[in-house]
Design a protein around this ligand. Structure first.
Ligand code: NAG
Ligand code: NAG
Length: 146
């Protein structure tokens, strides 16, 4: 009898341990699922690409790549600069739930028109510019080609 009780207790202990391991935090689940609470959210990243002499670079392709604990960023999400050297990238919804976009994402110039040369430098320094009901705008400020 005592043996039976002991083994039942053991089973219970093992079972509750399993349950604890299954209990993810809400943020972890959101991050794993890859989307936030608001599916109709919009997250934009904007910045300005400048030459080493501070003139805007038009027609360059800039990319952003993000990773989370559960998903490694695999491809660049791209934007093209306009006459003012500005680009805007509309981030896909699976990246909207990333809590620290500034830490999780990197920016790189992927192609630049001649006579400029592409820099392999990785840019960070993404900052939140504005946020209102499901819509956020981040900026990486001025990105200067070396
Ligand atoms: C370049 O893009 C920015 C951001 O969308 C916009 O505000 C600006 O007016 C554009 N400039 C030109 C010259 O098109
Ligand atoms: C970005 O560069 C422009 C043009 O050189 C300058 O006027 C502006 O102050 C710079 N902005 C920041 C945040 O450094």
């Amino acid at each position: 009898m005592r043996f039976l009780l002991m083994s039942m207790t053991l089973v219970l202990v093992v079972a509750s341990g399993e349950a604890a391991r299954e209990r993810w935090t809400r943020n972890e689940m959101v991050e794993m699922a890859g989307y936030g609470e608001q599916k109709l959210s919009s997250v934009l990243l904007t910045a300005t690409l400048l030459s080493s002499s501070s003139s805007p670079i038009h027609g360059a392709t800039v990319g952003i790549k993000c990773h989370t604990r559960y998903r490694k960023g695999s491809k660049w999400i791209k934007g093209v600069t306009n006459e003012s050297g500005k680009f805007v990238i509309d981030l896909p919804s699976h990246l909207h739930a990333i809590p620290d976009l500034d830490k999780a994402c990197i920016i790189k110039t992927l192609s630049v028109p001649k006579p400029y040369r592409c820099s392999s430098k990785i840019h960070r320094g993404i900052q939140l510019l504005s946020s209102s009901s499901g819509s956020r705008v981040y900026t990486a400020g001025n990105i200067t080609l070396q």
